[in-house]
Every structure is written in C-alpha cells, then in structure tokens.
Design a protein around this ligand. Sequence first.
Ligand code: GP9
Ligand code: MN
Length: 691
Amino acid sequence: MSKKRNPLNSRFGFFNLTVILFWVKTYIAYKTKFSLGETGLMQEFLLLINPLACTIFLFGLSFFVKGKKSYVVLLVTDFLLTTWLFANVVYYREFNDFITVSIMKSVGSVSNNMGSSALALIHISDLFVYLDLVVLIGLLLFKVVKIDLKPLRKRFAFAVSAVAILLFVVNAGLAESNRPQLFSRQFDRNYIVKYLGINAFIVYDSIQTEQANSVRAKADSNDLDDALNYIKTNQTANNVEYYGVAKGKNVFVIHLESFQQFLIDYKVDGQEVTPTLNKFYHDSNTVSFDNFFHQVAQGKTSDAELMLENSLFGLSQGSAMVTAGTENTFQAAPAILDQQGYTTASFHGDVGSFWNRNNAYKSWGYDYFFDSTYLPSNEDYALNYGMKDKIFLKESVKYLEQLPQPFYAKMITVTNHYPYPLDEQNVSFPKTTTGDDTVDGYVQTAHYLDQAINEFLTYLKTTGLYDNSIILMYGDHYGISSSHKTAIKQLLGKDELTKYDDAMFQKVPFMIHMTGLKGGVNHTYGGEIDVLPTLLSLLGVDHSKNIFMGSDLLSKDHKQIVSFRNGDFVSRQFTKIGSIVYDTSTGEDITDSLTEDQQQQLKEQNEHVTEQLSVSDEVITGDLLRFYSLPNFEVVKKEDYTYVKDKSLDKLESAKTGTSLLEELGKSSVDLYKTDAPELAKSSQKTSSDK
Ligand code: GP9
Ligand code: MN
C-alpha cells in the first residue's frame, strides 16, 4: 500500500482519527467511571453521541492554524480535554459529582475534603484516557503518519465548526424533548452530562456561575438594609401556649412528595386514600393547618426545601438551591439546630446530586446526608426518582438509630411523584377514573406513601421515638398541575374551575405533632416560608434577629398573607390572581366591587407581598447573609463537611455520646421495623434460600 493513499496522511484524516478516539474513550469513561443513570433508548443514544459536537468543534479549531502548528494545536487541545476528563473521573470517584466552576475556584476547600492525598484517589485504569494520545503522538513521531502541510481554506475550517454547531443543536433538541425544561429548571448536573456531555456541561455551568457572580460581586453590606428593615417591621410576639414546648425534642421533618391538601379525608369508591395521614391530621396532639399553601416555582422540591429550612424563597426561575446552594452563605435550620446541640441529617432515596443537595446541604450545615449511596441498590427497589418509600424508610433506620439525640432528621419521600407509576406488586388501591393518565395513578401512589408513613410511625412508636419527638409533615407542592383542568374538575366534583379554585388547589398539608401538644385544625393562612420560624418557636429558639421572610404561624401577629412566587397571593380577605381579586372566604370575584377600605387593604397586602419576594431575592442573589453576623450563630464552614459514605460512617461512629437510640436500646432497632414491602419479602426469601 502506498503511503500517499493512507487517509491518515491528510490533515482531515488525522483529525478524524483524533476525534473518533476521543469520542470512544469519553464514551467508555461514561460507561465505566460515572453513573449517569441513563435509561431508555433515547438516553442511551444521547449518551453515545453527546461527546461528538463539542469534540468536533474544539478539535476543529486546529484547522484555523496553518502547517505543523495545526497538529500541535490539535494535540494540545486533545491533551487539555483529556486532562479535564481525567480530573472529572477522579473527582467523581470521591464526590459523585462533576467539577464545577465554583468548585474549581475553591480548590482549597475541595482538597481539604478530598483528604490528604488526591493521588490516592487515582486508579491506574483512569490513565487509559491518555492512551490514544500516546498512540497519536507515536504515529507522528515515528512517521507512521506523515504531517500534511498543504494549506486548507478558511472556508473549510468554518464548515467544520458549522457542522459541529448543527450537531449540537440537534443533540440539544433531542435532549430537551426527552427531558423538557432541562436547561431552565437545572435539575441535576448529572443530567446535563448525560444529555449534552462533559464539555458542554462546563460551558453551561460557567454561564450560570458568571450570571450569579456578577450580581453577587456588586452587592455589599449596605444592601442588607432592606432585609433588616423587613424583619424589624414583621416581628411577631411569641405564643406562650406554644413557645418552647418542644425544647430539646428530636425533630422529624417528613417531606410528603407532591402531596396536596385535597387528599386529606379524600375517598375513592368510599375508601380513604390516606387513612394514616388522615388519622395523624385529626389527632388531638396534632396542630394541622388547613389553609397552608406551597409556594414553590420551577425549583419544585428544592424550593420547598429552601423555604422550609431557610425561610427564604426560591427564585422565580431555575432552582436557587442549584445556583446559590454551593457558594452562598446560609443561616439554615440544620446549622441553627446543630449549634443548639442537635445532630442533623437528611435522608433521601435519590442520587445526592439531584437539586444540588450534596453541596447545598453543606452550606446549610447538615451533619449527614444519607442519599442513595447509603441504601442497597437493587433494580426492584427503585422506581421513578429513587427508592420506593417503604424500602427507603425502612433502610434509613439503621442510620437514624445511630444519630446522637436530640436529632433533626428530614425524610424526603419520592414515590408519590409525577407521573405516578406504581409497580403491580405494590398496587392496593383503585385508580381514579378521570381518563387522564398522569392523574389517575396519583391516589394510588399517595396511598402507597400513606402505607409507608404508617410503617414508619409504627416503628417510631415501637422504639419510643414517637413520644420524644416533634414530627412535622408537609406536602412540598402540587401533584396535579393546573393544566389538568378536566381531571381536576372531576376529582373535586366541580363544573367549573376558576382561578380562585386553582389557587385553593395549591394547598398542601402542614401538620405538627407531639405527644402532649395542644392540637386541632388551625385555619391560619400560611405557607412553606413560615415553617422555620414556627418550628424554632416551638423549640424555644429565639429567631427575632434571623433574616427570615416568614413568620410564626402560631403567633397572633402572623400576617396571614401567603405570597406565591409570581406575586399573586392569598390572604384571609383576598385571593389576588393577576388582576382578578376574589373574596377568599366565598370565592366570589370582587374585582369590581371593592370598597375604598378594601382597596386600601388590598394595596397594603400587595405591597407586603412585593417587599417579601424582592427582599428574599436580594438576599439570595446578592448572597447578603455573608455580610450579616447573626447573634449567637457561628458561620458554617462548608469545607468541614463530607457526605462520602465511609467518611460519614466513621464520623457517626466517633460521634457516639451514648445518646443514640441504638446505644439506649443496647441493640439495633432494625428488626423492630415492620414493613410489608413485597420486594423485601422476596429478597429475604432469596437470602434464606441462598443460605
Ligand atoms: C428528586 C426529588 C424530586 O430527588 O426530590 O424533585 P421534584 O421533581 O419534585 O422537584
Ligand atoms: Mn417534589
């Protein structure tokens, strides 16, 4: 074969080989070094093609350079991108996450977390990513491939870039159709890598970080004035009947995924959907709010978590937990309670990177975050967004029982999540029959969640935790979105659905239970933003100086104005949706019949809402809490936290103070947990027959 005909002797031929090798090794790394959770043909396909566009674009820049230099540029680009891939492989091993701009900027704290030697994290097999480079350089050095010095037209270089851009557009289009709102809602870094690749991710991340940073950089301590003024004018007096009644108790915050208020006492075919939660709701030791609203925007669960634990709103776009969770300074519930002697932990059956929890929780001061890496992995245990609730709650107690008491434990359920699939073996409730596929399964998964909660509460009772804990339960946001009008009408038995009805449909349960607590259904209007001040009051922790947007629901001064993220609101008197005003108690449209007094009142309430939302946004986007020294509060040192399994387990081991449930009982409580989860019955049969 004559060497002239060897296609690798042309610049384009060599370029193609470089691209293909880089493509292949990236794909191998995706498959062997990361767990991106690709499911289904489309996601597999996107994972396969996603390295191409960026690689062609970046490698193609070498065509803009002439002669030998072109080869140098190509190989240097390859080397840099390879090193980036390599760094991510190593980083992922420790953090289950990709390197972000903010992480790079805080290398000091990262290396701290990584332990003394990052070298120890490198596996020999990671070096395979450099293999193709060695081959390519060898080919040139040993002249197996000749360097092509023929000049190329600029037009050709542009054409290569254009092809890459076109490919990227197609890739992004397919990604967005497989996962709508991928870019705007910012769910998870893993997703961006899965759909667009590791290099597109860093570009996306830089843009986001840059946007956030430019606002942050302009802020200074004077910007705190609005927030300080807001908290001063919104102080509430403590309710002596409730203030401090839960002092020193364990705290459970049970996150009921997508759970709406209408489900409470709701029946299908004469059967209660959620008998356990109904009983809990009506318990004489439970304060239950029946005018409590979710206040989330695009950040859904993450907005709910942010509000619940910071009394600050999510942003009107995207997820603040993602954009601000890593870098901002927070004065959040876990840190506040940690400094009151609590051990704090969040439990969730999904990957830790979802909604950036694995970083935001550090900023919030969570001692522990037990994510899916702490739970047994078994295909049969997972559904939709994570581990099925029954198994999740059961599997969590082996960590829960080790927490020194008092503890603050947040249990985030997930099975009752859109589009409400449930595997046959777990179905024990009839679907509704609206004919809307994404609605009719809702009561079924809600029923499953209810059973899971029942098992968990039974365990708490058996172990005695029930009596020495205050238990909060809340629905994080709607489960049935407003677009399912026809189905909602049928579920509610209404002929018409006004904007007022839609606003009332945004009610979610909020229940506070403690043995001995004076309970009852409380009609106060409030929302997620009010939970933290309410909880701190019950625990007897002073929060008068905290920059909180919400206020104590049990205080008689609580304003009873519930802001929605878009500026609409519900108060005791008015429900204002856009330009329409309804009478909250009757649902009547009173836009045109407001008295002067009412108009004045409406105006004041509207101003309160605007102020509340804009002050909150200033605090988050300006990262203003970094300027605020909250009395008796120590700033959280994020770099001191790690949620890597073996490190956390060591920490748990050395945190022993004799106060954990495990130590109190003198033996593990795991066997006291009773569940009828069919998956576990199957696997225990399997293990016993295996023996
Ligand atoms: C995923 C879960 C779902 O970890 O919390 O979040 P959502 O989609 O409800 O915002
Ligand atoms: Mn949610």
